[in-house]
Write a protein that binds this ligand. Structure first.
Ligand code: NAD
Length: 310
């Protein structure tokens, strides 16, 4: 049997489709081709993709792999009713996102974001004596302790921070001193200088970081969101920032992406905006290739797939 794996052209948003092709080429008779949304989809048994399109449902695919960990854009029920399996790319972004979040915290603590902003105008301004601080001894609450959350916690711990976290099952997690349940989230964030959000977007997490949780955070705390825009209530966040009831925010993900030009988040000194790039690394495609190769082997052998969502 020839197994044909399609690489959808939409992966181009993250890496060129052709670079993924080489590590997926194999000598077992399976074929790899870069496909668009036209009829060539129908020649494929499985598809590796960034985007979701309705055309995927009727193309006769048996398996779709999302090159993102978040699969909130895919219609789970439709896929299930058509017998199309969906796998995601969780498990591979802990290092990259962990370093990005560490970078946000260092920027805020050491004021690097302000020097960069002011440097553009040639402004040599020393910070107020009580503005800069060090991460050592500061506290972090990580909401969602999966791949991203653990990557963040390990790095914060290595910097001497006190790390607590929120997890559905409050069992111990390495590098995390205390684990709270989602029902205890307001207690979990209350003493944290930084709150990092790393859950998937689900019915249970939509708006999880709303007015109540933001109000429970300290006035000198920073919110860091690397999950999905919908997990944070953006209007409530803006209100807290405008009222100086939060020190700042670093946001990689937004309700609307790309972030519209007229968004108030762009112009704020106390906000770092990154363009959904927290997981970006030039090695991204290699990690995807490892996951897809293993699942292709399993698909051909009739075994169950890893990272299966549907
Ligand atoms: P993961 O599956 O390894 O971890 C998710 C964790 O969140 C799990 O431990 C799960 O138990 C926990 N969780 C789920 N609901 C929760 C709730 N209500 N309260 C607390 N914890 C809850 O996934 P991951 O690889 O860590 O990625 C997490 C999410 O981050 C993805 O779904 C995706 O949306 C987002 N993400 C964003 C980027 C980016 O570039 N910014 C990159 C990768 C992932």
């Amino acid at each position: 049997m020839t197994f044909t794996l399609g690489i959808h052209e939409s992966v181009d948003l993250i890496f060129p489709p052709t670079v993924l092709r080489e590590p997926l080429d194999s000598e077992d008779g399976s074929e790899v081709r870069v496909v668009g949304s036209g009829t060539d989809l129908e020649a494929c048994d499985a598809l590796v993709t960034f985007a979701y399109e309705d055309a995927f449902l009727s193309a006769g695919l048996s398996w779709i792999h999302s090159i993102q960990a978040g699969v909130d854009r895919f219609p789970f029920d439709e896929l299930e009713s058509r017998g199309i399996r969906l796998t995601n790319s969780t498990g591979i972004h802990g290092d990259a996102v962990g370093e990005t979040v560490l970078g946000y915290m260092i920027q805020f603590a050491r004021r690097l974001h302000r020097y960069r902003d002011r440097g553009r105008d040639g402004e040599w301004t020393h910070p107020a004596w009580d503005e800069p601080f060090t991460l050592a001894g500061e506290s972090l609450c990580v909401v969602g302790l999966g791949t991203l959350g653990r990557g963040i916690a390990a790095r914060a711990d290595a910097c001497g921070m006190d790390v607590v976290g929120v997890r559905r099952t409050p069992t111990p997690v390495e590098h995390v001193r205390e684990v709270y349940t989602p029902a205890e989230i307001e207690t979990a964030v209350a003493d944290a200088r930084f709150v990092a959000v790393a859950t998937p977007l689900t019915e249970a997490t939509r708006g999880l970081i709303g007015a109540d949780v933001l109000a429970a955070m300290a006035d000198d705390a920073y919110l860091l969101n690397v999950s999905r825009g919908g997990v944070v209530d953006e209007a409530a966040l803006l209100e807290e920032l405008e009222a100086d009831r939060l020190a700042g925010a670093a946001l990689d993900v937004f309700e609307t992406e790309p972030l519209p030009e007229d968004s108030p988040f762009w112009d704020r000194d106390d906000v770092i905006v990154t363009p959904h790039a927290a997981a970006a690394t030039r090695d991204y495609y290699r990690r995807i290739a490892d996951l897809v190769r293993e699942n292709r082997r399993r698909a051909i052998a009739g075994e169950s797939l890893v990272n299966r969502v549907v």
